[in-house]
Design a protein around this ligand. Sequence first.
Ligand SMILES: Cc1cc2nc3c(=O)[nH]c(=O)nc-3n(C[C@H](O)[C@H](O)[C@H](O)COP(=O)(O)OP(=O)(O)OC[C@H]3O[C@@H](n4cnc5c(N)ncnc54)[C@H](O)[C@@H]3O)c2cc1C
Length: 455
Amino acid sequence: MRRILWFRRDLRTDDNPLLSLEGEVLPIFIFDPAILSGLARDDRRVTYLFEALLRLKASLRLRGLDLILFHGRPAEVFSWLLENGAFDEVCASGDYDRYARERDRDVSHLLPFRYLNDTYIFEPDEVLKNDGSPYLVFTPFYNRAKALFTPIHMKEHLPASQQLLAWESGVIHVIADQHRRTTPISLESLGFSPAPLAPYLSPSEKLVRFSPLLSCYATERDFPALGATSHLSADLRFGMISIRAVLRWLAGEKKKGTDTEPFFRELVFREFYAMLLYHFPALTAENFRYLFAGVWNGEYAEAFYEGRTGVPLVDAGIRELLETGQMHNRVRMVCASFWTKNLLLPWQEGEKFFAAHLLDYDAASNILSWQWSAGTGVDPQPYFRIFNPYTQGKKFDYEGEYIRRWIPELSGVEAKILHDESKLSRLMLSGYPPPIVEHKSSSQRALEHFKEVLY
Ligand SMILES: Cc1cc2nc3c(=O)[nH]c(=O)nc-3n(C[C@H](O)[C@H](O)[C@H](O)COP(=O)(O)OP(=O)(O)OC[C@H]3O[C@@H](n4cnc5c(N)ncnc54)[C@H](O)[C@@H]3O)c2cc1C
């Protein structure tokens, strides 16, 4: 058997089902211009991904294998591979967003395509209602997932004996309108330049750091200044650690007597969103409920994109995002609520902004979370639930530590003022704007708008 092992969201050698298939193999990764072309030259994710690929390549070499890098439309790369070699099948782990499924379908017309479940704990149609339909509400999905979960779901994939098929190295560009060429392996040869990244911490190092925090996860995870979460989302997004390895670590913590359920529940949230986007791909751009479309306002959007809305918790979150590619979950919720409700802007545009900056960007989690915040998604979250960003700040960043960390202009402002809209509005600060909207009246406007679009 001669197989192409197509690495996508599984950039690791440990516990990787691709490496547990015996025989002759060609491990590849494809830089897809459909994804790269919309990105800035110094996009942080490209540097992050590139470094992960170099680590993967080195790790494969230690096993006598290698990673061959391609640049081109996947269907064209596979056509070219088939012109230049004989292969029996391509193996890859599931990638379920709309573009990925169309891409894989095109490739499957050229070569038998074998899916291996790796990205998620469950297959997309494993956790369904008794009548075979998908769950729309998280809690019943979660209860079913817990009931179905067995040790098989965290079983490690051990490596098999594999022989590398000879192939040239470098980045092989297979672009339809250009001659095929091979360039050295560098970001520059893909049209990008390196972006600064935080010092690298491997997923296992993150788990060691997180272990003593796990017992407080339920009570501390919502406080952005504490950093009391795992910080594993980008690793899970790109598969730098297998979800099964996280579950085995969690099982070990449970044996020590720690309550692991709150963390497990979040991992299942990721499954829920992936399952929903798989079954309802139209949710990528369309509402599940309400005709809500938002009302475009360029000035509001610009202030939000720059972290200059005058609402401290929102601006702190956006500045964290712009500087690091990350944002705490609670703050993501507050920002998305502010965008869709207080600013009454279309959720799709806010989703795009997050997608352009998040290091852990994952279509399912991002889209469904934005739909949840807008109140247009499948969850029965009522549209009239609107986060008050000041109350949220008071509750989850009482001392204003997180806010001041990201907004130096507010370094001398007392916490009680940071969480008091009327006092903040009267404060004349040089360099920091007053709030662009008032919470009460903007919420009222959103409620009226939603009443008109109910169906
Ligand atoms: C508007 C909005 C957009 C979001 N966009 C993304 C995104 O693009 N990519 C992404 O991975 N997460 C997204 N999330 C979910 C969540 O904010 C991040 O997963 C979390 O902040 C990552 O930090 P962590 O790894 O320390 O999480 P932890 O709290 O340590 O959780 C462990 C893992 O569980 C998963 N998880 C946790 N919370 C959620 C959640 N609410 N929904 C889905 N999965 C969850 C993640 O894989 C995370 O790494 C979004 C949330 C909101 C409100």
